[in-house]
Design a protein around this ligand. Structure first.
Ligand code: NZQ
Ligand code: ZN
Length: 386
């Protein structure tokens, strides 16, 4: 493995009644004015909003509401939140939702303390923010693991870019499986698939030889696959769901990435697809991944073959390394069908008129899994997904 330093700043409260048990003591550590941030209203329907507001009132906080954070949060929404935070001298942000709310608040927390435009700071001046409004996350939709890292994916509509921005880590994250029981099944599956792909894009980095981070990663992938099937079979299975919540966090808390350079090329491509189509993140990944892997597996067949055996349980007997590698990709494609995820852009209602050329050209190209992929190849991959 490569050399690394590991330090982890987020306190995780996992399990039943995690908010009721821990939120008061966490809120006692922060200032009086709390921004309560959430999405389009699911928290009001399922009672989470009332529960959290009553805890905020018990500890005597002044509440400033920041609402309507959309899926694939926009840069304009970030600016709206930052303005609200500044105008109300917000001391603390409580983000309640899935990856979209949690990401949006990471950048609100930084932008509220900055005079400079944060996009300019990070992309033009290559700086990073250094001051933040502290935050806590209450996870109501799992999968992204956004509560565990300090990166946020924000759609800049003017620039037609859905790109990572760096913000702060959360002080704490509350992961109560009960809070996620009302998630639509479509979101449970697309979110969990996102977790699986975070594992894969981490695995398909370097170094390529067997290492402990990858061995832990295989366990997380097997667990996600097993518990996605269990949840589909019985949506009320809280145990399976709690495993999925923790798997999502494990994929993004840095453990699987220790000593590795990760890939995340597919994510970069899917994010740009999102900039142009506002599509669901996990679904976009489901369509692109098998296609992208078929394009590149011959560059690192041993690594693909190892995943076929360790994750999909495929016997290596009588197979060449290339056969085995391809069998693993086919198993991934089969699984995508089995869990009801889309396999083409058409199934996601993404029009063939979409400007795929512009998407390919604006995609951030990573060091790449196996090889640095060209813009032309990204375009070919997108066309094969239609
Ligand atoms: O807005 P509301 O009404 O709350 O509804 C949401 C939303 O429609 C709903 N929902 C959430 N909790 C619910 C619930 N509905 C019923 N009951 C509940 N308990 O779920 C819908 C989707 O929520 P969203 O937050 O958009 O989904 P997700 O968690 O998949 O987040 C997606 C965003 O995260 C980014 C994606 O690109 C996308 O923008 N990502 C962030 C990452 C990170 N920071 O590490 C990594 C990922 O790779 C990803 O890129
Ligand atoms: Zn993702």
């Amino acid at each position: 493995m490569n050399t690394f330093t590991y330090k982890y700043p987020v306190t995780v409260y996992f399990g039943e009644k995690a908010a009721e048990k821990n939120l008061q003591s966490e809120l006692a550590k922060v200032g009086n004015t709390v921004m309560l941030a959430y999405g389009g209203g699911s928290v009001k329907k399922n009672g989470i909003y009332d529960e959290l507001v009553s805890i905020l009132k018990i500890v005597g906080k002044t509440i400033v509401e920041f609402t309507g954070i959309m899926s694939n949060p926009t840069y304009n929404k970030v600016q709206e939140g930052a303005k609200l935070a500044r105008e109300n001298n917000v001391d603390f942000i409580l983000a309640v939702g899935g990856g979209s709310v949690i990401d949006c608040c990471k950048i609100v927390s930084a932008q509220a303390k900055l005079d400079e435009d944060i996009w300019e700071l990070e992309y033009t001046n290559h700086g990073v923010p250094t001051q933040f409004i502290p935050m806590g996350a209450v996870v109501t939709a799992f999968g992204t693991g956004a509560e565990m890292n300090n990166g946020a994916v924000i759609t800049n509509e003017d620039k037609m870019m859905k790109s990572p921005l760096w913000g702060a880590f959360y002080n704490f994250a509350i992961l109560d499986p009960e809070y996620t029981m009302t998630m639509p099944m479509k979101q449970v599956i697309s979110g969990s698939f996102d977790t699986l792909i975070h594992c894969m894009e981490t695995y398909f980095g370097t170094p390529r030889e067997n290492n402990l981070s990858d061995d832990i990663n295989f366990s997380v992938m097997r667990s996600v696959i097993k518990n996605m099937c269990a949840t589909l079979k019985d949506p009320t299975d809280k145990y399976a769901r709690s495993e999925l919540i923790w798997a999502a966090a494990m994929a993004e808390n840095g453990i699987l990435k220790l000593g590795k350079v990760t890939d995340f090329q597919c994510h970069m491509l899917e994010h740009q697809l999102g900039a142009y189509t506002d599509c669901n993140h996990g679904q976009g990944l489901a369509v692109i991944h098998p296609v992208l892997y078929r394009h590149i597996y011959k560059e690192a067949p041993e690594q693909f073959a190892r995943m076929a055996v360790e994750v999909w349980g495929i016997s290596p007997d009588g197979k060449t390394t290339d056969d085995l590698a391809l069998a693993g990709i086919n198993a991934l494609a089969e699984f995508i069908k089995e869990v009801g995820l889309p396999t083409t852009f058409a199934q996601m209602n993404i029009s063939t008129d979409t400007n795929f050329k512009a998407i390919a050209e604006s995609t951030i190209r990573t060091g790449g899994c196996c090889k640095k992929i060209t813009t032309d190849e990204l375009y070919e991959i997108l066309m094969e997904c239609c």
